[in-house]
Design a protein around this ligand. Structure first.
Ligand SMILES: C[S@@+](CC[C@H](N)C(=O)[O-])C[C@H]1O[C@@H](n2cnc3c(N)ncnc32)[C@H](O)[C@@H]1O
Length: 244
């Protein structure tokens, strides 16, 4: 007997809810507040302590980062990061960089200059003596000097990771160009996207003109989707743009 559609829908909603709960349960708060405030996470069987700072956007941890980390840890059969070249855009407090490094990747962790101090602190604190490769923390301002700092001829990344980098900021075109520059034929983009406003939906539409996109998670209770993307070859993209 076939399952009625409404039951299928309820079942998938329940699964999404369960997944969202499992992801958020990765976070714990310190039982006693010491002189320094931090958030705790458990990934790869290890406790990760991340220092946040309330005065900077990039120094607060956003749930999209937990979604991406959960996927990376639980999808190692399909996406084994061991010895892979990985770059993270808008790394913020560094959770995604830390988890990818614990999973064996060679990570370049990037953000705006003013965020790098806290990012470096968190990355060092959580990866020292725990990882095969020491992650590199460095500046990458979207759209600025990207070819000079990351020449395509010498910088080939297996994965581009990004969590919650699309929101109401004026650099969406520069971000798109940065994805485009860094993403080569064999590169996969894993991008956790939190939906808040309309400009963000239109970014996804424009992104789909340049990249093939697969939806990996849809978590309505968190307003987050996780995407995997890869380059459309030049011919397919040109045909798509001509038809638009
Ligand atoms: C909402 S936070 C997300 C931080 C982190 N990925 C997370 O999920 O916890 C957005 C990040 O993008 C960075 N960012 C914003 N504009 C940027 C730009 N023009 N170039 C590079 N990074 C930028 C911010 O500094 C911040 O770390």
């Amino acid at each position: 007997m076939e399952t009625p559609p409404s039951e299928v829908m309820d079942d998938s909603k329940a699964k999404q809810e369960e997944l969202a709960k499992a992801i958020m349960a990765r976070c714990f708060h310190p039982s006693v507040n010491g002189p320094e405030s931090w958030e705790g996470y458990v990934f790869s069987g290890l406790e990760i302590r991340v220092k946040e700072s309330t005065d900077l956007y990039g120094a607060v941890l956003w749930p999209s980062a937990m979604v991406l980390c959960h996927f990376l840890e639980t999808s190692q059969d399909k996406h084994n990061l061991t010895d892979k070249n990985v770059i993270e855009l808008g790394a913020g407090t560094g959770l995604v960089t830390i988890v990818s490094s614990l999973l064996g990747a060679k990570v370049t962790s990037t953000d705006l200059p003013e965020v790098l101090g806290n990012l470096q602190y968190n990355v060092t604190r959580n990866t020292k003596d725990r990882c095969k490769y020491i992650p590199l923390v460095t500046e990458l301002i979207w759209g600025q000097d990207v070819e000079r700092r990351f020449p395509r001829a010498t910088h080939r990344f297996d994965y581009i990771l990004a969590a919650d980098v699309v929101y109401a900021h004026p650099y969406l075109d520069e971000l798109m160009d940065t994805f485009d520059h860094l993403c080569q034929e064999d590169t996969q983009i894993l991008w956790a996207m939190r939906f808040r406003l309309d400009p963000e939906n239109s970014f996804v539409e424009r992104f789909q003109q340049r990249f093939h996109v697969e939806e990996l998670y849809d978590l309505p209770s968190l307003s987050i989707k996780l995407y995997r993307a890869w380059r459309k070859d030049r011919r397919t993209r040109d045909q798509g743009e001509a038809a638009a």
